[in-house]
Design a protein around this ligand. Structure first.
Ligand code: SF4
Ligand code: SF4
Length: 83
């Protein structure tokens, strides 16, 4: 699954530079994660970096609409970093 940011986001910006896939950007109201670029940090870190740095509890959760296996997430990561 990709991660998704809820509207409890306080726009602190801490998560954006931590993402290994540049999946996080500032949205109209709060920060957003591009589901096609989020690998739950598979390929780069042991656990989602955005969740680790976010100061708001349970602000970033797994996206129930983006079901992906660990193998799919790894393939996704490799496709994003071919160059
Ligand atoms: Fe980026 Fe990792 Fe957060 Fe996904 S889980 S948005 S890849 S920092
Ligand atoms: Fe929002 Fe959390 Fe990212 Fe800060 S770290 S911008 S509160 S999602």
């Amino acid at each position: 699954m990709a991660m998704t940011i809820l509207d409890t986001c306080i726009n602190c910006g801490s998560c954006e530079p931590e993402c290994p896939n540049t999946a996080i950007t500032q949205g109209d109201s709060y920060y957003v994660i591009a589901a096609d670029r989020c690998t739950e940090c598979v390929g780069a870190h042991e656990s989602p970096r955005c969740v680790e740095v976010c100061p708001v509890p349970d602000c970033i959760i797994t996206d129930p609409n983006m079901q992906e296996t660990p193998d799919q997430l790894k393939t996704k990561y490799e496709a994003l970093h071919v160059n």
